[in-house]
Write a protein that binds this ligand. Structure first.
Ligand SMILES: [Zn+2]
Length: 155
């Protein structure tokens, strides 16, 4: 399952939900179903993305469809989960289209990112540091733990 294609699709699926930013350009209201953090951040969208990415890759990888589909579901929904831990904007429509309410988690330590070119500002730097602290460091820790476990298993 660990091939370059799987890693590339995993990374793409994790940023795919924010393609709803194109809605701002097309005047789709933020709080609508297809607005930012709406349908593309939902569990249903993650499930569909999981299947769309998982099916062809399972044929190429000769890996179980369910395993890759669940993997891509998790990489996609991780985006919404992280957004629900941010300090601003509207919440995440996890249950869209059935329920369009927006949700945040009670614990929201991650600074919300400014939209568009605002990211390339002093505020964007604060967000980047916040994301490094709350996302990159824990992921790096998990990666090191996995490497250590693999190393121990081989020796
Ligand atoms: Zn997002």
């Amino acid at each position: 399952m660990r091939t370059k294609a799987v890693y590339i699709f995993a990374g793409f699926s994790a940023i795919l939900p924010d393609f709803d930013y194109l809605g701002f350009i097309n005047n789709i209201p933020y709080n609508s179903l297809w607005g930012h953090r709406g349908m593309t951040h939902s569990l249903l969208f993650a499930a569909i993305t999981g299947l769309i990415f998982g099916l062809p890759l399972s044929l190429l990888q000769k890996a179980p469809v369910i395993r890759l589909s669940v993997f891509f579901f998790l990489t996609t929904i991780s985006h919404g989960i992280i957004d629900a831990c941010t300090t601003g904007g509207l919440g995440v429509a996890f249950y869209a289209p059935y329920n369009t309410l927006r949700y945040f988690f009670p614990w929201r330590p991650i600074a919300v990112s400014p939209m568009g070119m605002g990211f390339f500002s002093e505020r964007g730097l604060v967000v980047l540091i916040s994301e490094m602290y709350w996302i990159l460091l824990p992921c790096a820790g998990l990666l090191l733990l996995q490497l250590a476990l693999n190393w121990k298993r081989k020796s």
